[in-house]
Design a protein around this ligand. Sequence first.
Ligand code: FAD
Length: 436
Amino acid sequence: MDSFSYQREIPVKYEVDVFVGGGGPAGVTAAVAAARLGSSVMIAENTGSFGGMGTVGLVPAYMQITDGVHLLCAGLGKEILDRLYGDKTGKYCKKMGIHKETLKRVYDEMITEAGIEYQLMTRIVDVKAEDGQVEYVILAAKEGLYAVRAKVFIDCTGDGDLCVMAGAGYQEGDENGVTMPSTLCSYWTNIDWKQAEGIDQSSYLGQAFEERLFEQEDRHLPGIWQVGEHEGGGNCGHAYDVDALNTTEVSRAMVHQRRILPQYEAYYQKYVPGFQDAILVGTADVLGVRASRRIEGDYVLSVEDYEKRAVFADEIGRYAYPIDIHPSMGAAQFKQFSEDYNKRYRYGKGESYGIPYRSLVVRDFDNLLVAGRCISCDHYVQASVRVMPGCYILGQAAGTAAHLAAAGGCTVRGISVQELQKMLAGNGCFLPNYRG
Ligand SMILES: Cc1cc2nc3c(=O)[nH]c(=O)nc-3n(C[C@H](O)[C@H](O)[C@H](O)COP(=O)(O)OP(=O)(O)OC[C@H]3O[C@@H](n4cnc5c(N)ncnc54)[C@H](O)[C@@H]3O)c2cc1C
């Protein structure tokens, strides 16, 4: 491949205490946490809305928010849920379904109320870093390229783009480098939710496979959640063997998913009670990527920690969602996984695992944190902590820590973890092992 070197002068448009890259659940909570504590914050988001997978990606519902006893995503997570479900649309979302437009508005309000500088449709394309210090991120917008200088940077891109552009190490996939499949989430209408109540939406798949309704035998159907009076959010179908960091593969997966979704429409209409008149009205504009990079941090949160319900001295929160691995290949693997991981790693009431601050501190960097699904953990813990309530916990902790480092003029390792925990607990976060 031919190449050439390219150089140009670009403006430094913002100088802030804290820069947040990516505006998904982790990015919004990180930015809001830091700004409410008094830091000047700028957030750049690649799409036209905040919320990441939960809005632009059309992910239909929140997974586990409690350990059966305690609210784990307390603090900003609770505030977001209260704002979302306190709205009149909340009454339709019995099983934590997400009304997208309301959630987008909740995020918009929280970002603007906190006085955060925000730029949508703005992508991080490069980073200038030296000797473990990030100096600038380079952003691409309609106006062209420009830079942002900050004291502390938080990578909430889901894929760890900022960290990797800065030179951080990362891992991908399981022991064989295999990652979970992706899904293009979808939006549905004309559903009779009263009739659909209590129905196992996947229980008719066997018949449909016999009838060859589907081109691939995918037995893992998370399903369609209620998100409006007759509306549903769909998590249906998988795109296998897709490298989420390869645009060609992601492009093909989007086209593949749009092609197979009418097969789900035919399935629901023919077999599933309450869905006989259901219509697929739209698909997300971004592929639903469950897992890509995991950034190397000072601590790698592991499945052993998950199994022993670990407690850490530098704990910034606790979480309890099962290790929800979507198997990377069809039917046989799904059976093995659903009988093995998804059940073996299920907790009892009141049980949870701790998340250490060190999992957010990027190895070899002084002013760089990571939050969201790409924190420093193994493949199995990522399959738990990646869901949105987990990302709220991580985002608030990262934003609070970044504020402490920026305000104290120290590195992200130099902050007082006691002080961090005190602030998190003071702001409503669930920290049962913090004895302040
Ligand atoms: C198909 C699917 C179904 C899921 N189902 C559920 C569910 O039912 N319940 C649940 O709680 N969770 C679910 N999840 C998990 C959850 O939605 C995500 O793991 C979670 O949103 C991750 O949050 P995040 O903030 O780390 O990243 P994201 O939500 O991915 O947000 C990252 C943001 O960063 C932006 N970004 C990326 N790169 C750049 C860049 N270079 N420059 C600027 N911006 C950038 C993106 O546009 C995005 O808005 C699901 C995920 C998928 C894919």
